[in-house]
Write a protein that binds this ligand. Structure first.
Ligand code: ADP
Ligand code: MG
Length: 531
């Protein structure tokens, strides 16, 4: 459908393994836009050579055939200062590599729907502030205005409710008006479980948890290790000593996994190294045995989230499968076993998130938060009624000094201001006395995490309050207010209570990008030919 003259609304699932872009038409229907290979899923793999970046399946194949200059699983490293593998002898930031993937998606989609300027991008629910900021920055480096960052399980639930409404003619309809959904999302590199309550047009996240490094890749790695071990036993040589050999083996393990998912009893993996050749037969039993620990990790997290939501399986109406790895038969089998319910995979598990993100773009547009009006009246009215509620995945606190006068000990504790699973947006303030007279600035370390000792948590940055009025006496009260917005980004405000003046505050993140960095990286990405 042509939308010439109208601003395009898109949602992007920037995945660890695959990325997907979906478009919302004027009637409020979300559709995935195929890439230049006519595929809905674009592998998040980047091959960089000179001024050319090859993104997607071709890059993935380059890695599978042993080229070392391919970046994959970049999402696992978002928030770090540089990506772990140098490409063509150069190091890149994870944000820049992610931006190249976004540019590819944008470029391919524009061939179908015309110019794209704005997008909603999804993140795992447990992404912390640093990773959310990195995702937003990646969008900006790609030249996109990031309308919002939305949690993947929420997007999946939105998409699910919209799809289920098909017959009623309404955009979003919940059968019976109310429903509790458990979203189990096992992708390529990350895992999360979220309980979402749907009531009328309200989507309320109740609890969420996950693991940053648990996904299909770990299933592949178990197979890789197994094959390497067999190889070592036979030939006394280790194929994993060679990074490129490892990539080749990983690609084969991934293929074998898909063969087993199709219901075949075994798959064969071939390994060549130092003139030797070994064929290993991987049976389903062996595969399930090797990866049993990973599956039970997801089981433990699922139980934990139910507990945090204060629910029993009886109170869960639907289990929604999201992520390509839920296609492994062991996943629905385990869930059915522990819940007594059949999980729902009626929607394409690897496309629901992008479609939900596009619907979210529509919700923002209906509220007038996406610029120019782009929806028909009916869609506008329906989408305008939807409310999405979120919770924070980590407790937010500050490092406060604690003193034990008897034991003569001083240490820093995690003074939690906004506990985990609080409904967002949320704010909390606390008053801190200045420790010295006449200072012009103070620093308050901000922590994310649950551990009682400050040092066992992640310091997301320092809240720096500067430009305080001159000559403030010691112990002058400064009120610090931490705020989580609806999409999980953190901001701070500080008030000098003596003068009643708002102080200049910023969060200094150790590895965060500055505006100048973003400009520079954008110029670099602009200079690339992306294929
Ligand atoms: P992400 O959100 O991490 O980008 P996806 O949700 O697309 O990724 O899931 C990708 C993962 O799903 C990969 O590890 C891939 O190997 C796995 N996967 C995809 N299809 C299948 C299948 N048919 N059987 C088993 N695993 C699959
Ligand atoms: Mg995903």
């Amino acid at each position: 459908m042509s939308t010439v003259g109208r601003e395009n609304l898109v949602g992007i699932d920037l995945g660890t393994t695959f990325s997907v872009i979906a478009h919302l038409n004027a009637q409020g229907t979300a559709t995935v836009i195929p890439n230049s290979d006519a595929e809905p899923l674009t592998p998040s793999a980047i091959y960089l050579e000179g001024n050319t970046a090859i993104v997607g399946q071709a890059a993935r194949e380059a890695a599978a055939s042993g080229s070392g200059d391919v970046a994959m699983f970049v999402k696992r490293e978002l928030g770090r200062p540089v990506f772990s593998r140098a490409l063509g002898g150069r190091q890149y930031r994870p944000e820049t590599l992610s931006a190249i993937v976004l540019r590819k998606l944008k470029q391919d989609a524009e061939r179908h729907i015309g110019p794209i300027h704005k997008a909603v991008i999804t993140v795992p629910a447990f992404f912390d502030d640093t990773r959310r900021k990195a995702t937003q920055d990646a969008g900006r480096i790609a030249g996109l205005e990031v309308l919002d960052i939305i949690n993947e399980p929420t997007a999946a639930a939105l998409s699910y409710a919209a799809e289920g409404a098909g017959a009623t003619g309404k955009l979003i309809d919940i059968p019976g008006g109310q429903m509790t959904v458990l979203v189990y999302d096992l992708g390529g590199g990350t895992f999360d479980v979220t309980v979402v309550k749907l009531a009328d047009k309200h989507f309320e996240t109740i609890a969420t948890d996950g693991a940053v490094k648990l996904g299909g890749k770990d299933w592949d790695d178990k197979v890789v290790e197994y094959v390497a071990q067999e190889f070592r036993q036979q030939f006394n040589a280790n194929p994993l000593d060679d990074e490129q050999r490892r990539d080749v083996l990983a690609a084969q393990a991934e293929k074998a996994k898909r063969v087993l998912s199709r219901g075949l009893p075994s798959a064969t993996i071939e390994c060549f190294h130092e003139g030797h050749n070994l064929k290993v037969k991987l049976t389903r039993e062996k595969f399930e045995k090797l990866t049993e620990g990973l599956l039970s990790h997801t089981h433990i997290v699922t139980d934990l989230v139910l507990q945090q939501a204060k629910l029993t399986w009886n109170q869960v109406d639907r289990i929604l499968l999201v992520g390509g790895s839920t296609k492994m038969q062991m996943v629905p089998a385990m869930l059915q076993n522990i819940s007594g319910k059949k999980p729902d995979n009626s929607l394409d598990p690897d496309q629901v998130v992008a479609r939900g993100a596009a619907i979210h773009a529509g919700i923002l547009a209906a509220r007038g938060n996406a610029g120019e009006l782009v929806l028909d009246d009916g869609a506008l009215e329906e989408l305008g009624k939807i409310v999405v509620g979120n919770v924070n995945a980590y407790s937010l606190g500050v490092a406060a000094l604690k003193e034990d006068k008897v034991a003569k000990k001083r240490w820093r504790v995690n003074d939690i201001l906004i506990p985990k699973n609080t409904r967002l947006p949320a704010s909390f303030s606390r008053i801190y006395p200045l420790d010295r007279a006449g200072v012009s600035s103070v620093k308050v370390p901000i922590l994310e995490g649950e551990a009682p000792n400050a040092e066992d948590n992640i310091t997301i940055g320092e809240c720096v309050i500067s430009d305080l009025p001159p000559n403030l006496p010691a112990r002058s009260p400064i009120q610090v207010r931490l705020h989580y917005d609806g999409s999980g980004r953190i901001s701070v405000m500080a008030l000098d209570m003596t003068g009643g003046r708002l102080a200049q505050v910023e969060i200094k993140r150790e590895y965060g990008l500055t505006e100048a960095d973003i400009e520079r990286e954008r110029a670099f990405v602009d200079s690339l030919t992306i294929q």
